[in-house]
Design a binder for this molecule. Structure first.
Ligand code: F6R
Length: 616
């Protein structure tokens, strides 16, 4: 939520800032703004506009501002105060000489505002951020130095924040601080960068440093200094970003989402790479934790949204293979229900961004309660893996479209690998079973390519259905979370009411929703798995069909049992039953994307959403 970029160097900063904001726009697109120190006049110039980045870019074309080598930029997902020009960041100190941008929520802003009101300061926006800007201005007049004033300011703030600031009296300096929100440094040659994530500067440098909790950074063109909030120096460890700028470009694709769906075979293949040895799952990052993993007696998976559905799919495999009880819980629910946690509980968090505040807080809560924690994450340098005992990275590459697609299949792959790694440690699967499951996983990328070949027919179906008002999704066993995910994709992209149900639940209520013409997607389990389960789902199809439903079945190749009852059958290649979700989800992702496209909607940036939910 909210994208932040800072630059100091030799170049004109506007180009760098706008380029960075373009890549960070997935984090929020309610408004955008920049502040640069004009190289000619030495003054601080600010431009900001409600709406997407394009609105600000138009404004800057119509009314250019003087540029310079120091600046900050912001793209907003509104929390305090609506998405207006006035509430857009940057916010200025009372004398207009300094500018601040912010991601997060300053929880004590009302008390601080009261204090500043009483001293006669005035405010022009409804944001919590402006309070930090005014406070910083007051501290600057006392300290006479931006870094020191900034340190004093952040020490007064409660809540979650990443803050960046520049002051026109100190060109060549950008200061930043983080508490519970992300901030990464980009190390350049004669220039340095700050960003909410590496996408902000990967076009200019791939050397990065993740800033830790409650730390402050001061960058100049030739130096980077990191301290804690009390001013003590902190050692930092640079890392190399694993992907380049081209990976975060749309290329020739109509949308990031279309590109990311096409990248799903690679997301799975890359997540498997280097983690299979002689027919056994061996995750090198976990070898230090093997003793700990041998000692666990329960696993709780925590995540939100799509990541939680990946967790739900993974829970079936981990429990079956490693014979450990696994429960899945939404991060925000887990934390507030006083769960039973012991030192032998492993809490596995799943997060594409690694910054989701609900999940981060749940991980911290679990650790404080004595659990061991493992993070499954797609983003290097992110906070959640840093706050966990261990991390397994998914290698899906940067996911830019707000709706998660390739990260989902990569998360399931990582969970399956983890389940097999754990089963090996616990001796719960024979060598033959290990190898057979790994063969299934290894075959998934090729099968995904085949599913993608049927994209056009799904697109056609979606376009025919573009005036649909509600869609239901049914699934059973691992097909159930796929039904939930199919419904979520349709809601968030096409703004259509959609619900996913466990097929067995139908007769306990949801069947009342079926009326003539009601479209229902049914994820049909493989007849080669549990014959009984397959038959039950086919019976469910007959029941809804008898009540007039329009049945859209997702069934494996050669399953003719659905033909008499389904209006449309989308085929997926044969796979062992546990592996079907990796294939069955693709048609549902494509369907949602195409239906949204048919309605003329922006599939990369759906309304009201942001990719990285860094507020609770
Ligand atoms: C839906 C979607 C969200 C995220 C959720 C968790 O398409 O993208 O539901 O899955 O906000 O995000 P991460 O994985 O970054 O923690």
């Amino acid at each position: 939520m909210c994208g932040i970029v800072g630059y100091v160097g030799t170049e004109r900063s506007l180009r760098v800032l706008l380029g960075g904001l373009k890549r960070l726009e997935y984090r929020g697109y309610d408004s955008a703004g920049v502040a640069v120190i004009d190289a000619r006049s030495g003054r601080l110039n600010v431009a900001k506009r409600a709406g997407k980045l394009g609105v600000l870019e138009d404004e800057l074309r119509r009314h250019p501002i003087g540029d310079g080598a120091t600046g900050i930029g912001h793209t907003r997902w509104a929390t305090h105060g609506g998405p207006t020009d006035r509430n857009a960041h940057p916010h200025l100190g009372d004398d207009g000489r300094l500018a601040v941008i912010h991601n997060g929520i300053i929880e004590n802003f009302a008390a601080l505002r009261e204090e500043l009101d009483a001293e006669g300061f005035t405010f022009t926006s409804e944001t919590d951020t402006e309070v930090a800007a005014v406070l910083l201005g007051r501290e600057y007049r006392v300290a006479g130095d931006l870094a020191e004033a900034f340190r004093r300011t952040v020490a007064r703030l409660d809540g979650a924040f990443t803050l960046l600031a520049v002051h026109q009296d100190q060109p060549g300096v950008v200061v930043g601080a983080r508490r519970n929100s992300p901030l990464v440094i980009g190390l350049g040659d004669g220039e340095n960068f700050l960003g909410s994530d590496v996408a902000a500067f990967v076009e200019h440098t791939r050397r990065a440093v993740a800033i830790g909790q409650d730390q402050i950074v001061v960058i100049t063109p030739t130096s980077v200094r990191v301290t804690d909030f009390s001013g003590r120096g902190v050692e930092v460890e640079p890392f190399e970003v694993a992907w380049d700028a081209a990976a975060a470009e749309k290329g020739g694709w109509s949308s990031f989402m279309a590109k990311e769906i096409a990248e799903e075979p690679d997301a799975v293949a890359n997540t498997l790479r280097g983690r299979v040895s002689e027919g056994r799952a061996v995750i090198p990052e976990l070898t230090d934790l093997d003793d700990l993993l041998r000692g666990i007696d329960r696993i709780t998976i925590i995540a939100c949204g799509t990541a939680a559905y990946a967790g739900h799919v993974g829970s079936y495999a981990i429990e079956k293979w490693a014979r450990v009880p696994v429960e899945v819980e939404l991060s925000h629910e887990f934390r507030y229900r006083d769960p039973v946690i012991t030192p032998s509980t492993l809490v596995v968090s799943i997060s594409q961004s690694g910054e989701t505040m609900d999940t981060l807080m749940a991980v911290k809560f679990a650790r404080a309660a004595g659990a061991r924690t493992l993070s499954i994450c797609n983003t290097q340098g992110a906070t959640i893996p840093r706050e966990s005992d261990g991390a397994v990275y998914t290698h899906a590459g940067p996911e830019v479209a707000v709706a998660s697609t390739k990260a989902f299949v990569a998360q399931i792959t990582a969970l399956y690998l983890f389940g097999l790694h754990l089963a090996r440690l616990r001796g719960t699967l024979s060598a033959r079973e290990q190898a057979a499951n790994l063969d299934e996983l290894a075959a998934i990328p090729g099968k995904l390519e085949r599913v993608l070949e049927s994209s056009d027919s799904i697109a056609q179906l979606a376009h025919w259905m573009s005036d649909t008002r509600a869609v239901l999704f049914l699934g059973r066993h691992v097909g159930f979370p796929i039904a939930l995910e199919g419904a979520l994709k349709l809601k968030e992209l096409a703004y259509i009411h959609a619900e996913g149900f466990a097929a067995g639940e139908l007769k306990h209520g949801p069947i009342a929703l079926i009326e003539p013409g009601q479209p229902v997607f049914v994820v049909v389990p493989s007849p080669r798995g549990s014959d009984e389960m397959h038959k039950k789902v086919v019976s469910n199809i007959q029941e809804i069909r008898a009540r007039g439903a329009r049945v859209l079945a997702i069934a494996e190749e050669g399953d003719v049992s659905v033909l008499p009852f389904a209006d449309e059958v989308v085929r997926i290649p044969l796979a062992a039953p546990l592996f079907e979700p990796l294939l069955a989800v693709i048609p549902l992702q494509i369907f949602a994307m195409e239906l949204a496209t048919a309605k003329g909607l922006d599939v990369d940036q759906p309304r009201n959403l942001a990719k990285s939910v860094t507020v609770e």
